[in-house]
Design a protein around this ligand. Structure first.
Ligand code: TDO
Length: 183
């Protein structure tokens, strides 16, 4: 498992070792030992799967507020996404900045997103399966978000017509939201 730091401190890109042979392939998709080797002590408690039927499905930007914050380990099982994190941690040198990553079934990349980030993604292909682990249970009352389309954030989404939930269309802009996260 190769691990790369990103421009945002705390966000890590994991590249599992893939063993291909005439049957197909094998890879470890999560290893507590690998996490520990990189100083990560995360107790994942829930696995999630989201299926998007079309390219252009845009989900996010979501987080859970304290005390129910969630770290996430996200990946794609089928298809591809453009995955985006926004640093919501007050006091962080990268507060308010975003970074995007292409995650796909073909490249096997996984993104580790600590608590304190808003997260979202746009599907690049139809029939995309998005898989992720979280270290806190779902809590609807702590469920929060900011708008994917906030012009102040200026996220450079792929040029597909966005298909969004009504909930996500109503999310506030970053500047109108008092972040509950700090470093
Ligand atoms: C996230 C979640 C949703 N649900 C329910 C609530 C709702 O009725 C239904 C769909 O929820 P949503 O519309 O929020 O699903 P979705 O937009 O896919 O939400 C996800 O988006 C990505 C970007 C993330 O980062 C995730 O943390 C999560 O917020 O599923 C759960 O039961 N457990 C969960 O953990």
């Amino acid at each position: 498992m190769d691990v790369t730091r990103t421009k945002i401190p705390g966000v890590l890109l994991f590249e599992p070792k893939v063993f291909g042979d005439h049957r197909g392939f094998f890879c470890e998709t999560y290893s507590r030992r690998q996490f520990a080797a990189h100083g990560l002590d995360v107790d994942f408690v829930q696995d999630n799967e989201a299926f998007s039927a079309q390219a252009g499905v845009l989900r996010g930007l979501h987080f859970q507020a304290p005390p129910m914050t969630q770290a996430k380990l996200v990946r794609v099982g089928r298809g591809a996404v453009y995955d985006v994190v926004v640093d919501m941690r007050k006091g962080s040198p990268t507060f308010g900045q975003w970074q995007g990553f292409t995650l796909s079934a073909a490249n096997f990349l996984q993104l580790f997103i600590p608590a304190g980030f808003a997260h979202g993604y746009m599907t690049l292909e139809a029939d995309t399966q998005f898989l992720y682990k979280v270290d806190q249970f779902y809590s609807p009352v702590h469920d929060g978000g900011i708008s994917c389309l906030d012009p102040d954030l200026g996220i450079d989404w792929p040029g597909l017509a966005p298909i969004m939930s009504d909930k996500d269309l109503r999310l506030p802009r970053f500047a109108d939201f008092d972040s509950p996260f700090s470093m």
